[in-house]
Design a protein around this ligand. Structure first.
Ligand code: NAP
Ligand code: ZN
Length: 320
């Protein structure tokens, strides 16, 4: 663990400096603070759903101007020359620069990032609406776009938190039949308002058994380890279970699911820069907005407690 005071990186020729306006609070910030993944470096300044205004630009910056409103997500840079970057999948860069690890994140008043990872925010999105989209939004939009090219599929969204509540909106808007799979009935009314046509209570064994083999696609947004066999059972043959939630877990499922039933167990990591910009435009054009609780940045510790207690309905956004 390194000690000391977190500092801004020097402003490189391709970098911009942003004055932070708003920053969403993602469960990944909690995982980082707790070092759940064993990758945290301290001192650590979390925050990777950042909306800010450009206050300075390096001499080689192209296409962004001082004063412009932009957003930054999990990545603040990438090599842009490895095979993944060359294939347009910079979210899979071999040497990624993560906003809260490579530099100070959006809980700071100013951040510096590679200008190519600062995304212009469409006019139709307010600061509070845009911030959660930079991580939560693209993380659920990307697998729905990539893995479900045809509409009309039976889609289950497991967990209705920051990611899940946006997944319900995108999936229903993309023309799927969407079920929210949640613990207990507490969020049912909200889930239906977000586009779920039905809800499944994951704590009710009879309901879960009756739902077996009912889904083409499950998007798992939960931050905890689950009994994965139960969820694989909900899929039809050839169905896909896609994890976006990141519990610190090793996943084991009976091979019968993968071979005998040809089910696919996969995951999805945030989204590329192109996907991020497409998602921002899609959200603005289709009026897909996060449900936000606004809190001032000086209440960040209280906000972290609310998130850890599972009480954030559905995304806390901290404002400068
Ligand atoms: P969040 O707002 O705290 O939501 C967490 C969700 O997990 C809630 O829906 C909650 O269900 C569910 N959950 C928690 N404990 C559970 C348990 N024991 N059993 C069943 N469900 C449980 O978190 P978030 O910001 O949406 O992030 C969710 C996960 O996605 C985190 O692990 C985060 O690190 C990860 N993430 C991944 C990426 C990526 O690139 N793949 C990007 C961003 C975030 P209830 O609604 O029933 O309380
Ligand atoms: Zn995140």
């Amino acid at each position: 663990m390194t000690q000391g005071r977190a500092r801004l990186n020097t402003l490189g020729p391709m970098d911009v400096e942003l004055r932070v306006i708003a920053c969403g609070l993602c469960h990944s910030d909690l995982h980082l603070i707790n070092d759940d993944w064993g990758i945290s470096e301290y001192p650590l300044v979390p925050g990777h759903e950042v909306v800010g205004r450009v206050v300075a630009a390096g001499e080689a910056v192209n296409g962004l101007a001082v004063g412009q409103r932009v957003g930054v997500g999990w990545l603040c840079g990438a090599c842009l020359e490895c095979p993944s970057c060359n294939a347009g999948e910079d979210n899979l860069c071999a040497v990624p620069k993560r906003t809260c690890l490579a530099n100070v994140g959006g809980f700071a008043s100013r951040i510096r990032v590679d200008s190519r990872f600062a995304h212009p925010i469409p006019e139709g999105l307010s600061d509070l609406q845009a911030a959660p989209l930079l991580c939560a939004g693209v993380t659920v939009y990307s697998p729905l776009k990539r893995l479900l090219p045809r509409s009309g599929r039976d889609v289950g969204v497991v967990g209705v938190g920051g990611l899940g509540h946006l997944a319900l909106q995108y999936a229903s808007h993309m023309g799927h039949e969407v079920t929210a799979i949640i613990r207990g009935p507490g969020k049912e009314k909200d889930a239906k308002a977000m586009g779920a046509s039905s809800c499944l209570d994951s704590t009710d064994a009879a309901q879960m058994a009756a739902a077996e083999a009912g889904f083409d696609f499950l998007l798992v947004t939960v931050s905890a380890d689950l009994d994965w066999s139960v969820y694989m059972s909900l899929l039809r043959a050839n169905g896909t279970l896609c994890l976006v939630g990141m519990p610190a877990a090793t996943i084991m499922v009976p091979i019968e699911f993968l071979v005998g039933e040809q089910k696919i167990l996969t995951g999805s990591s945030i989204g590329s820069r192109d996907m991020t910009r497409e998602m921002l435009d899609y959200s603005a054009a289709n009026e897909i907005y996060p449900w936000v609780i606004r809190m001032p940045m000086d209440r960040v510790n209280e906000a972290l407690r609310i998130l850890a207690d599972g009480e954030a309905r559905y995304r806390i956004v901290l404002t400068a």
